[in-house]
Design a protein around this ligand. Structure first.
Ligand code: GH3
Ligand code: MG
Ligand code: MG
Ligand code: MG
Length: 318
């Protein structure tokens, strides 16, 4: 690959790493657009124009960096520009196709030529839209807007929990299916943690269900904030959440959850004059083999959670 990384994540004066970008900008409501291409001048031009839409735009000119940016930034839309003399655009589409389909991330191809075979190949490889140069920047924006609306709708309909806006169990099932082959092929271990709020019934009873809902929303937000972009946060149901840590062993997972547990127990919620805090218990399991169904690991994690509850709550159990 001949691509070089352009000055991408510069914000104001300072460099912002992908992770810190996610912790601040680009997370939550703001759509994240990933621009990929080998013409850095053109990329920067697009980045500037798209940036005026209030989107968080990342431009990557180094082909081998695209995948990690993709995982770290969780883009809502990917715009790939390449000249058809080079194969990179098609290769990239092919490489990402499965992941993109799974997460309903739209891809838009910007091509130097408008040949029928280029258009058809782009669509065949999973592109959602195609624009040939020269094109009107306003048209690009409108088309991206349309893709973003579509993704938002699909996310809301299918994979996100309505109350907390973290993923739902349906999403977890999908992710796990993809993961299983990774675990077998690359012998990587993943960790799964179940987090269950302690005595949550009492929160509802004392402060009302609206306050309970607020705690759930805040807890979900807190979990997103305290985990890395590649980690998955799922509301499994009620006051129970799941965290999935890729490429993480059980010792590291324990440290992470323990840190989150301590920090969360110090968060204060306010309801009128009254303030209260909330804790959770957690059961953690290391997913060490890919040939077991998700339910198997969930059950193990649940056993650990039960032990944590039995031992007095507000603790982590392996
Ligand atoms: P434990 O420490 O054993 O987990 O006790 P708990 O009270 O948290 O557990 P229990 O399973 O008895 O109660 C869970 C409560 O969570 C009951 C239910 O009303 C509440 N809950 C579930 N979903 C929601 C929700 O969406 N909003 C609100 N406000 N409460 C919810
Ligand atoms: Mg319970
Ligand atoms: Mg509970
Ligand atoms: Mg529960």
């Amino acid at each position: 690959y001949i691509f070089k990384i352009v000055k991408l994540c510069y914000e104001n004066e300072g460099f912002v790493s992908p992770t810190s970008v996610l912790k601040g900008k680009g997370q939550g409501e703001q759509p994240v657009i990933l621009l990929v291409g080998n013409d850095t001048t053109f990329l920067m031009h697009m980045k500037e124009k798209l940036g005026t839409m209030g989107w968080y735009v990342i431009a990557v000119a180094q082909a081998e960096k695209v995948v990690s940016f993709f995982y770290d930034m969780r883009p809502h839309c990917i715009v790939i520009h390449f000249s058809t003399k080079e194969k990179h655009g098609f290769e990239l589409l092919e490489m990402l196709n499965e992941k993109l389909k799974q997460q309903f991330i739209s891809t838009m191809i910007i091509s130097d030529d408008n040949k029928k075979e280029t258009r058809l190949k782009s669509y065949a490889l999973g592109a959602d839209d195609f624009l040939a140069k020269p094109f009107d920047m306003d048209e690009l924006i409108v088309r991206i807007q349309r893709q973003l609306e579509r993704k938002k709708l699909i996310d809301e309909l299918l994979l996100l929990d309505e109350l907390t806006h973290v993923y739902n169990r349906k999403y977890l099932k999908q992710v796990y299916e993809q993961l299983q082959s990774d675990i077998t092929r690359f012998k990587e271990s993943y960790c799964l943690a179940v987090l269950d709020l302690d005595y949550f019934k009492k929160v509802n009873d004392h402060y009302g269900h609206l306050a309970g809902d607020t705690v759930l929303k805040e807890f979900a937000r807190f979990l997103r904030q305290e985990t890395r972009a590649g980690d998955t946060v799922v509301r499994f149901g009620g006051e129970e959440f799941l965290l999935l840590f890729p490429k993480t062993n059980i010792d590291t997972a324990c440290l992470i959850i323990e840190r989150i547990r301590t920090k969360f127990s110090n968060v204060l919620f306010q309801q009128g004059e009254k303030t209260f805090s909330c804790t959770f218990s957690s059961g953690i399991v290391e997913i060490s083999e890919g040939n077991r169904p998700l339910e198997y690991w969930l059950q193990l994690a649940d056993h650990a959670l039960y032990a944590a509850k039995q031992a007095g709550r507000n603790r982590v159990q392996v």
